[in-house]
Design a protein around this ligand. Sequence first.
Ligand SMILES: NC(=O)c1ccc[n+]([C@@H]2O[C@H](COP(=O)([O-])OP(=O)(O)OC[C@H]3O[C@@H](n4cnc5c(N)ncnc54)[C@H](O)[C@@H]3O)[C@@H](O)[C@H]2O)c1
Length: 370
Amino acid sequence: MDQMGSMQKLRIIQVGLGVRGQKWAEVMRAHPSVEIIGYVDTRLEVAQALIASWQEQTPFYASLVGALADHSADAVLLVTPPDLHHEQSMLAFQHGCHVLCEKPLTEIYAESIALVREAEQRGLHLMVGHNFRYLPVNQHLRQMFQTQEQGQTGFGHFTYLRNRDGNRADLNKYPLSMHQPMLLEQSVHHFDLMRYCYGEEITHVQADTWRPAFSTYEGDCCVSALLTFESGFRLNYLGTWTSGHNRFAFEWRTDCSKGAIFQKQQFEELYKTTLTPGLALEGELFKTDAKVEPLQSIPLPACRAFYDDTRGLLDEFIGAVLHNRPLITSGKDHLKTLGVTLAVDEAAVSGQKIEMKSFYQSRGVPAAWL
Ligand SMILES: NC(=O)c1ccc[n+]([C@@H]2O[C@H](COP(=O)([O-])OP(=O)(O)OC[C@H]3O[C@@H](n4cnc5c(N)ncnc54)[C@H](O)[C@@H]3O)[C@@H](O)[C@H]2O)c1
């Protein structure tokens, strides 16, 4: 509240009204602490039609430069293709604005480091759009690993097998020609969730990426990685946007000393099992469902994926900017998620096992940021 007793609002310019931007606009428009003071999109006709359909008078612009010249904003939300994020974030910082930028912050590591440094030097916040952290399933997973409810982690197995045809009308088009579309657009979310939920950093990366001949993408869209975590456990990852079956298959399984944890759907469905001591010494050698510990379903609050989780992320940003709360999903934190993501690319090209400590050092990331 301000001195007049009215709720303080964050004055935001939103840049990008494409597939993701339209979801962001819905979340922002419904938020009591947000005032959208302008929209920016190079497709003016799209912006105009959308704003008219919302029965709003909010001004819209073809460039961020124009919007920043006309308004004094507190923050800029960037929902544009990744190759624009560096230039647009820098511009926002130069106008004294905090930035909430969609993932990946940039495709080039040095540019992301430069953005984190610029934000720090100017005393501004930089946040990255890892909204999936705020899905109830991921919040619960994080809590389970924080409390070590199932004991010590032995290994993880993460599969994301999807036949995503990049030519579909309701999908963004820029990934069709990206160098690493799956890795930079999708796997980046998965690596971020692993870091966030396990509460551990990835220390080593072994990986390969490739393009099946029947893919609709120009770049690689199969990503396979073996990741080592601080406590020594390994996670095996396979993600793809080019599959031979249209049934989407998602599973994130973690086996621990007292049982296992299974996330069976991308945005929901969490189960655990409790290991029965001695059961492995008895009965069949290769046990089937009826003879093993049953899956126990974990109840989770209802959630509208892409909206409720985005609202959680926006709350974090508003908390930091308006109420001085810590920013957790920050640009600095993203340097570790993006570092692992780009180390996968490097490992695929070099065939080498990458040690993340050396990776950060060689890129000039200050030790204090890690
Ligand atoms: N966090 C998530 O869940 C999630 C989901 C999807 C996409 N994304 C991210 O959101 C970002 C945008 O993805 P999308 O799917 O909305 O892409 P999109 O191609 O559908 O939308 C991009 C929009 O930016 C506009 N644009 C292009 N150049 C511009 C410029 N110079 N100035 C202003 N506007 C410009 C385009 O006209 C388009 O409307 C990407 O970084 C992507 O990775 C995040």
